[in-house]
Design a protein around this ligand. Sequence first.
Ligand code: GAP
Length: 504
Amino acid sequence: MLPGIKTTKNYNVNSFSVYLQSMSKATTENTLQAIISHAKEYGFVFPSSEIYDGLSAVYDYGPYGAQLKKNIRDYWWNSMTQMNENIVGIDAAIFMHPTTWKASGHVDSFSDPLIDNKDSKKRYRVDHLIEAHAEKLIEKGAQAEAIQLLADMEALLGKDDFEGLKKLIETNKIVCSVSGTGNWTEIRQFNLMFSTELGSVAEDANTIYLRPETAQGIFVNFLNVQKTARMKIPFGIAQTGKAFRNEIVARQFIFRMREFEQMEMQFFIKPGTQKEWYEYWKNERMQWHLSLGIASDKYRFHDHVKLAHYADAALDIEYEFPFGFKEVEGIHSRTDFDLSRHQEFSKKKMQYFDTEVNQHYIPYVIETSIGLDRMFLLILSNSYEEETIVKEDGTSDSRVVLHLPAKIAPNKLAILPLTKKDGLPELAKELMSDCKKSFHCFYEEKDAIGKRYRRQDAIGTPFCVTVDHQTKEDGTVTIRHRDSMLQERIAMNKVKELVLAHIN
Ligand code: GAP
């Protein structure tokens, strides 16, 4: 059972008040800014092509970031494909036949409503424009007005009522932040897919799309996988990989990017069993999040009222980021929409023969879809702490520490000889060469030991080992625990075992 995770639907007073509490502006923005600076300073995330001033909503991962991201991806991959005998993985290409996106509905429906200010020529996503106005109302203390505005917006968005939305913008006197005027165009839909051309001769080239979700690579391979891996329903296909969306308003660091990575799993089931499997995967996925040691009150479920074109039920798993509760993962009951559409467009049968009931059918699908970059930001937000340490003599000190879960931390162990001489580096390197076969270690001789500990705290290394003169005498080392900063003396040949016990 899940430990009392709350569920919300749309903007109602209760869910919105949580949003308000989490929006104590100064602190939230400072925390996000501090995380962004820390991520850059310690080699986790850099703005893309920074020497050319960066590219909006595109980021590069540095040495520790790339390793942390890989560890999150592996943790997800193993929990899906290793821990479930009925889930297999694939790695489909980013480029897909263009008809894929007609069949999936993305060519016609994958769009956001946008509005332009005629004076500044600045383009806004309608929901973001209205939400920004609601935030201003809150700052002025007009919370009831803000709640009403957001509720009206949700209702109109749910009906795709663009005229109504424009009226809402006008009656609330919402203005452009650049021109300061309310001189708006009509609201239009804008497709989020990036297109490019395949082929070198312009006339013969075909327009193709950079995939906006990895899921379609799974659907088009459904029969290949089912037959070659001899899978029986219920079974799942998992995949991780890049996805691309031309997000109009990219905000909040790596939360909303134009190039990002998804970890998706499509679970193929017998029609009519979707409700129970939806509940099953909702619980399984929340357990996965909690297994990383994140407090359950940082999470909640958000049931969708307006459903995507392919879904008969959907919810978001939301986490309380420094800027409020936001989606990190979606659980979608996608019916047989995708397979049926691919059958229709490709003219290839997408049916499964169920020997138990002696029947052909197109399976239904429950999808779990999580953004890897968003999960990365979740982990950083949850781990980052600026801590004040009161020492025994009453003086205080401070440190920035990342309380990363040990199993996904980039480095598990730092090995630090106290001095560069007296044979201590040789002993430390012996330990290093033994441990590095089992997990990522870091070796450092330079600087005072306290300084070296702080650097490891800042990148989230759960354990530091100091090799000192006593090590030469009795074969023991000092092991320091990152979170408690407690130090204990243990036999050098027990270090590997201790670290492995924590990361497995
Ligand atoms: N196949 C279903 C699908 O793609 P989605 O809700 O559009 O559903 C799933 O996306 C997840 O992908 C989201 O919960 C989020 O974590 C991540 N995601 C979506 N757009 C993103 C973006 N622009 N930047 C970063 N992550 C994104």
